[in-house]
Ligand binder design. Structure first.
Ligand SMILES: [Zn+2]
Length: 620
């Protein structure tokens, strides 16, 4: 067994980036009840948070204070915030910092504890002195060995969905928006970055100041600290990465400025100044996180051939859908992700053509079908509007919100026509910029601005069925990709006896390879697997997307020559999209389960808490 911290991190890459701005300080107060927050923004709502935190890599904590400005709406004598595992030593009120009293509500393992601060009615600022827990769920602390450069430790946050409260006392629901600023102190020689204006330079004294002048929801607050550098990619785009990863990152993200330009041309001016990307270490649990001005990205998209940059288009699209117009609660998550998937595909189409975009769409649709099958065709979890009360919002982060949401919008486009659709979407973003959106409010806006009383159109779309009904509606607009069709033909030919060396795979991108692998049935013979591996070198591939699908075959056929690579993969990659399906397949057999448990013992410390939670349930 390979030990976790002695491994070579073959998949590692780091990029980081940040910055820019435009201003709009509208504070939105959304009187929407949020089942995942204890806060009472309808009584007193946060308008600005200033953080002053020291990043302590020895203790794995952040320590300092949060100065919170708020608006007392009802004349209440309490400010209620969300917290989870925060160690609070003192709270003061007013500019003079007069100490005040506070109390905690009962602890809920998922939601944490309400923090109720006693305030005088004319007070509009409190300062909370605190430190985070070494096990704060939002924060990931990596050793030097877990980075690409292997010389310096690294830390990053992942606040979505309800983890901001584990590092900042705040009103932790997406319906509350506030501006923020921060003074961060970190070890010399490391760079600190936030989802805010960054100046792109390394500060030798380890002190950094940040400002986020536009209001954002708490889940968009983000911090990363590590040995990263900046490289400009265009007028307002750039990449942050560990020095050893920089060259590959620059190559991979070459089209980023074009993407920003294409997106702005579609739906209106980019509102956040700069758009930069930071490439994180491989334990980052998601593909990307749309932290405003500074997308956090997994190194698993650095394929060497720019074939996985749709992820950047996705995170960039969130600069409109999600960051600008935000789902009011996590039940409305499809408004963030459905719009973003639709928008992502439009960016890809503009840059790489319709055939390429269709290929991505069809692959996505196939994944949606799998998810619906898994959840059950009549399950309420397949409704676009979710019911997540008493549940982790992570339960709703699947293909339903993303791809069913996207195909709802594609279906609408097919009914009303692209021209009308584009006018509607642009208007929707413009008129609701820096606000939050409920599903109900969206439906009213949709009916008023797009349907406009036209019952023929309304009947064709069947909006209610999409949003409050299960499964994939019969009127779904279907995409047929000619490129994928060629790939599935090659899979058929191989199954019919054509040798691997005679298959026509010239010029295939990652996506054709994925489709090819997905069109081969589970349970190939060991000889078939060996033949494919010999010809196409799947097992030693550095492309995580391809590896993930390939390992599904090697696991199902118990193909032992791939086991060592599978182990390395599971020990090094923490992206949930890849590791969850692999663990799921492994635990199907007693042998596989034993292997999974053995590897997981070593791999677990390298995974983020959101990945650990999912996999704990699977392997135990
Ligand atoms: Zn997204």
């Amino acid at each position: 067994m390979l030990k976790f911290n002695s491994l070579v991190f073959i998949f590692i890459t780091l990029i980081s980036s940040c910055t820019m701005s435009t201003t709009n300080n509208t504070q939105m107060i959304t009187p929407v009840s949020d089942v995942h927050s204890f806060a009472k923004p309808e009584e007193a709502v946060i308008t600005h948070i200033h953080l002053n935190l020291e990043v302590n890599f020895e203790k794995h904590i952040l320590e300092g204070f949060a100065r919170i400005n708020f608006k007392n709406i009802t004349g209440t004598s309490h400010l209620t915030l969300d917290t989870r595992d925060l160690d609070i030593s003192k709270i003061t009120q007013g500019e003079e910092e007069q100490e005040t009293t506070f109390s905690f509500g009962e602890n809920n393992p998922l939601l944490g504890k309400a923090l109720t601060i006693d305030v005088e009615k004319n007070t509009s600022v409190v300062t909370v002195y605190y430190k985070t827990s070494p096990t704060a769920a939002a924060l990931m602390w990596l050793t030097a060995e877990q980075t690409a450069g292997k010389q310096f430790p690294f830390m990053f946050s992942q606040s979505q969905a309800i983890l901001a409260r584990t590092w900042v006392p705040c009103q932790d629901g997406p319906g509350v928006k506030f501006t923020y600023s921060a003074d961060i102190t970190c070890p010399h020689s490391l760079m600190a970055l936030m989802s805010a204006e960054n100046d792109t330079l390394l500060h030798k004294d380890g002190t950094y100041h940040f400002n986020m002048p536009q209001p954002v929801s708490s889940y968009l607050m983000a911090l990363a600290v590590g040995d990263v550098r900046f490289h400009s990619l265009g007028i307002n785009t750039g990449v942050y990465a560990e020095p050893v990863m920089m060259e590959r990152s620059i190559y991979e993200f070459d089209d980023m400025q074009k993407m920003v330009n294409a997106a702005s041309a579609l739906y209106g001016e980019y509102a956040w100044g700069r758009y930069d990307v930071i490439v994180l270490p491989p334990s980052f649990p998601f593909g990307g996180m749309e932290n405003p001005r500074l997308t956090f990205a997994t190194p698993t998209i650095i394929a060497g051939d720019r074939s996985l940059v749709a992820l950047v288009a996705h995170e960039l699209a969130h600069s409109w859908s999600g960051n600008l117009v935000t789902n009011a609660t996590w039940n409305d998550f499809w408004l963030n992700e459905g719009f973003t998937m639709y928008f992502e595909n439009r960016i890809m189409e503009k840059l790489y053509g319709r055939d390429y975009a269709d290929m991505l769409d069809e692959l996505g649709f196939n994944e949606l079908q799998e998810t619906v099958k898994e959840l059950g065709e009549t399950s309420i979890d397949t409704h676009l509007f979710l019911s997540l009360k008493d549940r982790d919002p992570d339960d709703g982060m699947n293909e339903i919100a993303y791809i069913k949401g996207q195909f709802f919008l594609k279906t609408v486009e097919s009914v009303v026509g692209r021209e009308k659709m584009d006018v509607f979407v642009k208007k929707y973003f413009t008129e609701h910029a820096f606000q939050s959106m409920t599903t109900e409010k969206f439906i009213a806006y949709f009916n008023e601005n797009l349907i406009q009383g036209d019952t023929a159109i309304s009947n064709k779309i069947q909006l209610e069925k999409w949003i409050y009904g299960p499964g994939i509606p019969a009127n779904t607009f279907r995409v047929k990709s000619t490129l994928l069709e060629k790939a599935s033909t090659q899979a058929k030919d191989f199954l019919a006896g054509t040798l691997a060396k005679d298959l026509d795979t010239k010029g295939w991108s990652t996506h054709e390879w994925l489709h090819f692998l997905r069109n081969l049935p589970e349970g190939l013979t060991k000889a078939q697997i060996a033949e494919l591996d010999k010809k196409f070198h799947f097992t030693p591939s550095g492309n995580c997307e391809i590896l993930c699908d390939w390992f599904q075959h090697t696991i199902a056929s118990n193909y032992l020559p791939a086991e060592a690579q599978l182990e390395i993969f599971l020990l090094n990659v923490g992206r949930r999209k890849f590791i969850v399906p692999l663990y799921k397949s492994l635990v199907k057999t007693a042998e596989g389960k034993a292997f999974a448990q053995k590897v997981y013992t070593y791999a677990r410390p390298g995974y983020h808490s959101v990945a650990q939670q999912t996999i704990d349930e699977l392997v135990n």
